[in-house]
Write a protein that binds this ligand. Structure first.
Ligand code: ADP
Length: 191
């Protein structure tokens, strides 16, 4: 199996590139942000809990996020591989993912980190906010908080996988096709 983490700050293009990688490699795309939005849209207890964090630009607690992710993986065992998007966002989540993959007799192939600077990210998210309908994309102070949370809690996940030789940084500036080509070229060196 090919098991990828698509990593990078909010607005770095993970969702766009994940959709293209799914087509290229027939992977199951698991986006924790999408899973939370689905739950929120249905007003489930999980959705209501997640909403209270998401609307402030905070992370949903690890126990909630890890449980949801585990359910999604366990419900889809017969796949060519997984592409994790927006997960793991903390070292605790990274350790939980390692355990889960090991239980399946699998391991991570590579973490691909899209590298985009803060000002570019803020302008992209505000642009996306005009059509995404996401309240967390429309308020610059919430966006800045998401970036701070990313730098404080999520960026260390890159170093965590780097210590196993599994992290790759990808230039996230360019056209969608250029960035996709960089991702594919890097994946090919790992399989
Ligand atoms: P983006 O990458 O554009 O910030 P996502 O759609 O990945 O957006 O996530 C939206 C929000 O959902 C995050 O700001 C966070 O509050 C919550 N969230 C998503 N994934 C996780 C996760 N792995 N752990 C904790 N919270 C998460």
């Amino acid at each position: 199996m090919l098991n990828l983490i698509l990593f990078g700050p909010p607005g770095s293009g993970k969702g766009t590139q994940a959709a293209k990688l799914v087509d290229e490699y027939q992977l199951l795309h698991i986006s924790t942000g999408d899973l939370f939005r689905y739950e929120m849209g249905n007003n489930t207890p999980l959705g209501l809990e997640a909403k209270s964090y998401i609307e402030k630009g905070e992370l949903v607690p690890d126990s909630v996020t890890i449980g949801m992710l585990r359910n999604k993986v366990e419900a889809n065992p017969d796949v060519m591989g997984y592409i994790f998007d927006g997960f793991p966002r903390t070292e605790t989540q990274a350790e939980a993912l390692n355990t889960l993959l090991a239980e399946l007799g699998e391991e991570l192939t590579v973490l691909l980190a899209l590298d985009v600077d803060d000002e570019e990210i803020i302008s992209r998210i505000l642009e996306r906010g005009k059509t995404s309908g996401r309240p967390d994309d429309n308020d610059e102070s919430i966006i800045r908080n998401r970036i701070e949370v990313y730098n404080r809690e999520t960026a260390p996940v890159f170093d965590y996988y780097d210590s196993f030789g599994k992290s790759e940084k990808i230039d996230g500036i360019g056209t969608i096709e250029e960035i996709f080509d960089r991702l594919v070229a890097t994946i090919q060196t790992r399989i």
